[in-house]
Every structure is written in C-alpha cells, then in structure tokens.
Design a protein around this ligand. Structure first.
Ligand SMILES: C[S@@+](CC[C@H](N)C(=O)[O-])C[C@H]1O[C@@H](n2cnc3c(N)ncnc32)[C@H](O)[C@@H]1O
Length: 368
C-alpha cells in the first residue's frame, strides 16, 4: 500500500478535456512524493483549466464553488485559460448538493450503506460480477458514481485490474472523502456521466451500481457510459427495479408500500428544500428511525445514527430516482450491441446476507 497520489502521471496522460476531448497537460502547484496535491489540468483545445484540489482532479464541464475557491487562491497562475463554460445538466447541481450532504454524514464510517469492506468484495464477486469467473481479464476498470470510493477499492480487489478509476459528480471526494490509502493504479476524479474525461472505448469494464437512475434520464446515462466500454469489454449496471416496492406479499409488503408512498411524496419536496430544512428533517427522522433500523442491518455493532441518516438521505433526498423494468434495461444493452453475459444472483445474495435482493443488475459484453 502507498499513500494515494490521486493524480499520478499515468492517469493524467490518459485524461481528456470533458468539454472538447483534447488530451490535457498537467501543471503542478504543490507536489509531494510524486503526487500532485494542488494544480491544474490544462486544455489547449478550448483554453480551459480544470483544478486539482486535495489531489483530486475536478473534471467538470461547468463551474462550481470549488472553482471559485481555487481562483481566489491561484487566479494569477491561470492566465490564458478560462473556467469551464458549460452548464450543468438538469439535476446535476441537486446531485452535488444532496449527495454531498449524504456522504458527509458517513465520511468516517466503516460501512458503505449496510456493507463492510469484506461484504462489498463478496457482493461483487458472487452476486454482481460472478460472470467474470476466477481469472477476470480486466485491465482497466471505470467505476461510475463511486461515492466516497470504498466500492472502487473493492472492485480493484475483486477484478485484480491494473488500473481502476472512480468518478463521482458530487464534491465529497474533495472534502477528505477519497481514500487516502489505496494500491497503486487506483485513481479518483470528480466528473459527470454526461461528460466523462476519458477516451471513448478505453475500459475493459465499466461498472455503475445505484447511479444511473439518479440522473435526468437513466437511458441517456446508460448510452453515455456505454461509449467508454472497449470492444469485447464489459458493462455492468444496477438500477432501481420497478417491482421493488410492489412485488411483495404479507406484512413486509405493507411496510414497503407505505415507505414507497412516503418516498414518492417526500423526495421531490426534500430535494428542493433549503439545506437547513433537509438538515433538520434528517436529524429528527434518523433519531426516530435508528432504533428500528439498526437491529435489521448486517453489522448492528458498527451501525451508528449517522449510518441511519445516510440511509434515509439516500432514499429521500435525490431529485431523481427512476425505477426500471428488466426488459427495459435488457433492451438498452441489446440496442448498444451487447451480448448479455450476467444477471445478478438473488440466491447468492440470500446466502451472503440472508435477505431479498433488490433492483435490476445486468452485465453485457460488447460484441467485437
Ligand atoms: C446511491 S450513490 C451510489 C454510490 C456507489 N456506487 C455505491 O453503491 O456505494 C449514487 C452516486 O451517484 C452519483 N451521481 C449521480 N449523478 C451522477 C452523474 N451525473 N455523474 C456522476 N455521478 C453521479 C452521486 O453523486 C452518488 O454519489
């Protein structure tokens, strides 16, 4: 293990401008032991600069508060280049806000959602990426919507990929979220699904779990990430399932349907509410829900009130949370010329976690 140099030269060589796809040049302001802590990535194609903050490149095609802070520190050193001039897509600022708040609640937690590090590995090895087999031929992997990065680290272990890149739209990777320790070849960046800073068709596995349905269009997000899968490479996606809230019987059906109705009413209102209102709501709601939820999770001994808060925020604060049918997702794969090579395993999930598996998890291999 080495201290993670989040911008290492090998990654910067492969990055392209999210606005015009020209390869980027690195200018370092503050380096330590081969890693760049502060600096910029410069595009000579459209004369745009992209900041590197806390060793994480911010490769967005639109301006954020992080850019403004950077300008006030380094403005003089950026002559000849401008800030990104694009506009966020619908809902992107909301994702940055609500998911930023959501991840801030669990920056120091040992759990990612309900999973420990080991859980994430077995979940991917046995339930979602089982189709890869014992010796996966995955050299470059892109994890889309990596949150704070625990998932990216698990994927590296599961696939043994030489290079793994985790990207996420919200800025919590900058706020000390990106793992400080990771094997060489693991990188993180702030970027959007809709303007990815990589060469097209350059990853052996593109993976996106629980992310695409939080954009303005899951289908458009699917097409966007699919373009980065190499010939004969793999695409895995997991999205919310249409049947998740409706296909249960008995007492559990009553609970899930009630939660679903509550979610449908509360989520749009909470997503648009001022931050202080959300803050107050989730503090109160998480205190009330914590004693009920804690006994039901995998690791109650490690599950704190902040985990309950994260869980509730994830369910109730994203602006978009579309639900999809299996046939709809399979059709997207077929349309983009993938052969279906894997579907998630509910049995393996039950063996691992003793519970029902939700959502639609499918893997395809791009035809050559
Ligand atoms: C529910 S979390 C899932 C995180 C991670 N995949 C996991 O399962 O631990 C969804 C993540 O998608 C990210 N996201 C939403 N829209 C995005 C976009 N347009 N581009 C990149 N990331 C996005 C959010 O910021 C958030 O961190």
């Amino acid at each position: 293990m080495v201290i993670l140099g989040l911008v290492r030269p090998e990654l910067t060589r492969r990055l392209v401008c999210p606005s015009c796809t020209t390869p980027l040049d690195l200018r370092a302001f503050d380096e330590e032991g081969g890693r760049v802590r502060e600096g910029v990535l410069l595009c000579d194609g459209c004369s745009t600069w992209y900041p590197i903050v806390s060793a994480v490149p911010v490769l967005l095609d639109f301006r954020t508060a992080a850019h403004d802070r950077f300008v006030s520190d380094h403005g003089g050193e950026l002559a000849g280049y401008t800030l990104p001039r694009g506009r966020p897509r619908p809902g992107e600022e909301s994702v940055q806000q609500t998911f930023g708040e959501e991840w801030a609640a669990v920056v120091d937690s040992e759990l990612s959602f309900t999973y420990s590090e080991e859980d994430l590995e077995s979940l991917n090895r046995r339930v979602w990426l089982a189709f890869l087999g014992e010796r996966p031929e995955v050299s470059r992997l892109l994890d889309i919507g990596c949150g704070l990065g625990a998932e990216t680290l698990a994927l590296r272990k599961v696939t043994g990929a030489d290079e793994v890149v985790g990207i996420d739209l919200n800025l919590s990777l900058l706020a000390g979220g990106a793992p400080r320790e990771a094997p060489e070849g693991t990188h993180f960046a702030v970027a959007s699904i809709f303007a990815l800073p990589f060469e097209r068709a350059s990853f052996d596995l593109v993976y996106s779990q629980g992310v695409l349905h939080h954009t303005y269009s899951t289908e458009a997000a699917f097409s966007s990430v699919s373009a980065f899968v190499a010939e004969r490479g793999y695409l895995f996606v997991w999205v919310y399932g249409q049947e998740d809230r409706l296909g249960l019987d008995g007492r559990r059906a009553v609970v899930t349907r009630t939660l679903y109705v509550a979610e449908q009413g509360l989520r749009p209102a909470l997503a648009r509410a001022p931050e202080a209102v959300r803050e107050a709501f989730f503090k109160v709601a998480s205190r009330a829900a914590h004693p009920l939820l804690r006994p039901r999770v995998q690791h109650p001994e490690r599950w704190g009130r902040e985990n309950t808060e994260h869980y509730l925020r994830d369910m109730l604060s994203p602006r978009f949370a579309w639900r999809h049918r299996w046939n709809e997702v399979l059709e997207w794969f077929e349309r983009d010329d993938y052969e279906i090579v894997g579907v998630q395993s509910p049995n393996a999930y039950r063996e691992l976690f003793g519970d029902r598996l939700w959502g639609v998890g499918v893997a395809g291999r791009r035809r050559g």
